[in-house]
Write a protein that binds this ligand. Structure first.
Ligand SMILES: C[S@@+](CC[C@H](N)C(=O)[O-])C[C@H]1O[C@@H](n2cnc3c(N)ncnc32)[C@H](O)[C@@H]1O
Length: 332
């Protein structure tokens, strides 16, 4: 059977080419210090950046290599090479590529839906997200990146280095980094103190973050956002794992929802739409229609199933969910 089955025209895995800047002593030392000292929660930011870097034929992210660092790039590249050699149907990183493109397209649609007024985009658990430097649809938006202080400091240092070497330029009206732990009560206050305005049109981006939180913290964050929605036009974009996805051994995933499309309306969001990897709006030519492709198999099974009855494998799903809300209209 022809090898590469997830749809992308890639007969073989391209060699890994590292940008010169990544090989300088300063950047190497910074990355190696982080890798030795940080916990897996913070380090997850480098894994997702590596995914964007190695799927650069579909994801435009010129900063991703620098932000990810050599170790994570080599690690993912090795996996992708093995997948190519074994003619795997799903190549490592494809979920990240689809997820990134889905969020990109929904952020653009969300901003367009506001029609007028100034817009804000808030990235919770922003990690090494470089949308402020790569998405032209954000050119008139104020972007807020919320993450732990040490993560944001390293990101700033890496971006300044990239800036000096002309790897990047800011696209957005402004980008503000907000050091906050979203498990704490004060994160919204910190966001406001940094210039976020609750009454302004806002796109909330919760990409790769909710399942790292405990159920009570995740619900608290969603409720905080839902409460603000009463005051303004809001678009919420988030990915949710189902229960089986959080049951991997050694998993640090906590929060899951098998029915985020029921959960969000119960919190006050409307126009909720759920997509799975491979659906028409979550495909991007990366998942072909081979019924044996893992994502197609999952899409064909009822969502109530946690175990595939045909082969006994867990149905691990990632749901991509959009919702919106408008200010409450008081009818007199
Ligand atoms: C998997 S990464 C995703 C980063 C980015 N959204 C992306 O998709 O590339 C998760 C990020 O969430 C951040 N994070 C996890 N728990 C957090 C918390 N309680 N408060 C703030 N940030 C958190 C981590 O530091 C990390 O940068």
């Amino acid at each position: 059977m022809a090898g590469y089955e997830n749809g992308a025209e890639q007969p073989s895995c391209p060699e890994l080419e590292l940008p010169e800047l990544l090989l300088t002593d300063a950047i190497r030392e910074l990355h190696s210090e982080i890798e030795n000292q940080w916990d897996s929660l913070r380090l997850s930011a480098f894994q997702t950046a590596a995914g964007r870097a190695l799927w650069k034929h579909v994801v435009n992210d010129p900063l991703a290599d620098i932000l990810a660092g050599e170790t994570y790039l080599r690690r993912l590249h090795e996996k992708m090479k093995n997948d190519h050699m074994s003619n795997a149907r799903e190549v490592s990183g494809v979920i990240l590529a689809v997820r990134t493109l889905w969020f990109d397209s929904k952020i653009e649609a969300g901003i367009a839906s506001f029609r007028n007024g100034e817009t804000q985009v808030v990235l919770l658990g922003a990690g090494m997200d470089a949308r402020a430097y790569r998405l032209s649809c954000l050119k008139d938006s104020e972007v807020f990146e919320v993450d732990f202080n040490d993560v944001l400091q390293v990101k700033t240092t890496l971006i300044e280095e990239a800036w000096e070497h002309k790897y990047s330029q800011l696209i957005v009206k402004s980008v503000t980094r907000v050091a906050a732990d979203i498990r704490e009560e004060d994160w919204l206050e910190k966001l406001k103190q940094s210039g976020y305005k609750p009454e302004r049109n806002t796109v909330w981006v919760l990409e790769g973050i909710l399942y790292y939180l405990s159920p009570s913290h995740a619900m608290k964050v969603l409720n905080v956002i839902a409460d603000i929605c009463d005051h303004t036009n809001t678009v919420l974009l988030a990915d949710f794992m189902n229960k089986s996805s959080t049951m991997l051994s050694n998993s640090s995933f906590q929060f899951y929802s098998d029915w985020p499309d029921h959960l969000l309306p119960s919190l006050g969001f409307s126009n909720v739409k759920l997509s799975q990897i491979g659906d028409p709006d979550a495909n991007f030519g990366l998942i072909n229609d081979d019924p044996l492709n893992l994502f197609n198999k999952l899409r064909s099974l009822p969502r109530t199933l946690q175990i595939n009855p045909e082969d006994g494998t867990p149905c691990r799903r990632l749901y991509l969910v959009q919702a919106s809300s408008s200010p409450i209209q008081v009818l007199l």
